[in-house]
Design a protein around this ligand. Structure first.
Ligand SMILES: [Mg+2]
Length: 302
């Protein structure tokens, strides 16, 4: 992991504020909820009903929900088809998928089919070197469903490896010229310059016709770990769930806000606040409320 980032993280983490202090007026302007999956929507490796229901309530309210994850294409195909989401960014920004209302799936990749095929051979060689060089490291169980990257499991299936071993996995990727990102369970590596934020920018431009820089205030991002750092750094409304505390010493760009609860319950905390602000704003804008307010004003003035 990026130990050089420790000091910056320590300064940055002190700037994180309790999520409950985020202004309701700003939350009322949210049209897009972007969220990591592992240890952000999930708790102890499971998707609790409180988190799934939160996704559904957001979607039903007309908010576009977009998971932004390191999970593989195979999972993202299912998520785009079955979950109450508008699109999904997967494999740390290697692609976005979106299920279309009339049927069919939009699939957009950062790199061409040829490039991904060529990189797969290099990544297979790298996998062998990492397993030989870092005792206890294993290929992730979801690797067969990946299109673009190599995922080394250090915490999902089997005992959690020590930080030094995780650092050595990262070093192996980087020595081969690959990018390496650490989630709460895997080190993901790939060749090329993309990340969660770059593909999110492309999704916004292509699917919604929006420039993310100009629309920053209309989105909120929720995450938990180092591979979320580009999103934490960019979004004004970047939120870490409470278990982000496990990583706050190693993330150079921490979230601006932090929930009181961990995992899926932390995500539900964010959803509740966004929906509460939305309900308040739409009530304030309704004609009945305005007429009522004007009547009361007249009554008071009369
Ligand atoms: Mg995560």
């Amino acid at each position: 992991m990026a130990r050089g980032a420790v000091n910056a993280a320590a300064e940055g983490s002190s700037a994180m504020r309790p999520f409950r202090q985020l202004d309701a007026g700003r939350l009322g302007a949210i049209d897009f909820v972007l969220t990591d999956i592992d240890d952000t929507l999930t708790t102890d490796g499971r998707l609790p009903s409180i988190a799934y229901e939160a996704l559904e309530r957001l979607s039903d309210a007309g908010i576009k929900v977009i998971p932004v994850t390191g999970r593989p294409a195979g999972w993202c195909d299912l998520i785009a088809r079955l979950w109450p989401v508008d699109a999904v960014v997967g494999e740390n920004g290697a692609f976005y998928f979106a299920c279309e209302a009339g049927g069919g799936m939009t699939r957009v990749f950062a790199q061409s089919d040829e490039k991904r095929r060529a990189d797969r051979q290099r990544l297979d060689g790298l996998a062998a070197a990492i397993l030989a060089g870092v005792p206890g490291a294993r290929i992730s169980a979801d690797q067969p469903f990946r299109e673009a990257d190599l995922a080394i499991d250090f915490a999902e299936d089997g005992p959690r490896l020590e930080d030094g071993a995780i650092d050595r996995i990262v070093a192996c990727f980087e020595a081969a010229g690959a990018v390496a990102k650490v989630s709460s369970i895997h080190v993901n590596g790939w060749f090329g310059h993309y990340d969660k934020l770059a593909m999110t920018r492309r999704l916004f431009a292509e699917r919604y016709g929006l420039g993310l820089d100009a629309e920053n205030g209309r989105a909120i991002f929720v995450g938990d770990s180092p591979n979320d750092a580009p999103m934490f750094g960019f979004f004004d409304h970047s939120v870490g769930v409470a278990n982000f505390a496990d990583f706050c010493d190693v993330v150079a760009t921490p979230p601006k806000w932090i929930t009181s609860r961990a995992g899926g319950a932390g995500f539900a905390e964010v959803a509740d606040a966004v929906l509460g602000a939305l309900a308040f704003c739409s009530q304030a804008e309704s004609p009945d409320v305005r007429i009522n307010a004007e009547n009361q004003k007249g009554f008071r003035e009369g």
